[in-house]
Design a protein around this ligand. Sequence first.
Ligand code: TMP
Length: 220
Amino acid sequence: MRGMKRGLFITFEGPEKSGKSTQAGLLSGYLKGLGFKTIFVREPGSTGIGEKIRGILLDIKHTEMSEMTEMFLYMAARAQLVSEVITPALKKGYIVLCDRFLDSTLAYQGYGCGLDKDVIIKAGRWATSGLEPDLTLLLDFWASSANLKNHKSPDRIEMRPSAFHQKVRRGYFQLAKKQPRRIKVVQVERTKEQTQAKIREIVSTCLLKISSAKTAPSRY
Ligand code: TMP
């Protein structure tokens, strides 16, 4: 898969309320301003089917959902997003920014729920046809469970106890330790502009590295 694509695949990861979507949106505007063909998608979602699956996954009424069902639903939404949007865009030379990807399933359903991580990796490879991010920005921020539950309408995952979210955060650190070349930890700063500056520095270095290669992403 890697050899087939010409674009660049960047994912954003992190615990709840780490500001991933805001940062990905800011980066998308910046890259478009530089002339790069860029799209920004989110998981689960960004396809008709994926958004419906997102509704099922996050609905607080679904208290009976098993952890296994949850894991496969995230994978199903991912499989659809990869085949319908991400792979075609990468083939056209786009920079694809994705808010969460397989690392989220490892962190939440693997480290958080305790499902077998090797099974998640195998299912993930199958769902994505082996597509891996070129770069992952892991935003580190800790929102206490009380804060999560107190905000306007917490979803089914945000409702989980603090211990679960702690395990997710620790899981992310484990993943970053295992793959330091791909996963870059970005400490969330006091302002979104300061955090964005750090992100742009990392992405610029990544773009510089590949700019001379034939696989560099396309500009308009
Ligand atoms: P979001 O709020 O960042 O859009 O993500 C939706 C929720 O789904 C969030 O609580 C994290 C959770 N999630 C998982 O538990 N596993 C996954 O594989 C993904 C992609 C998200």
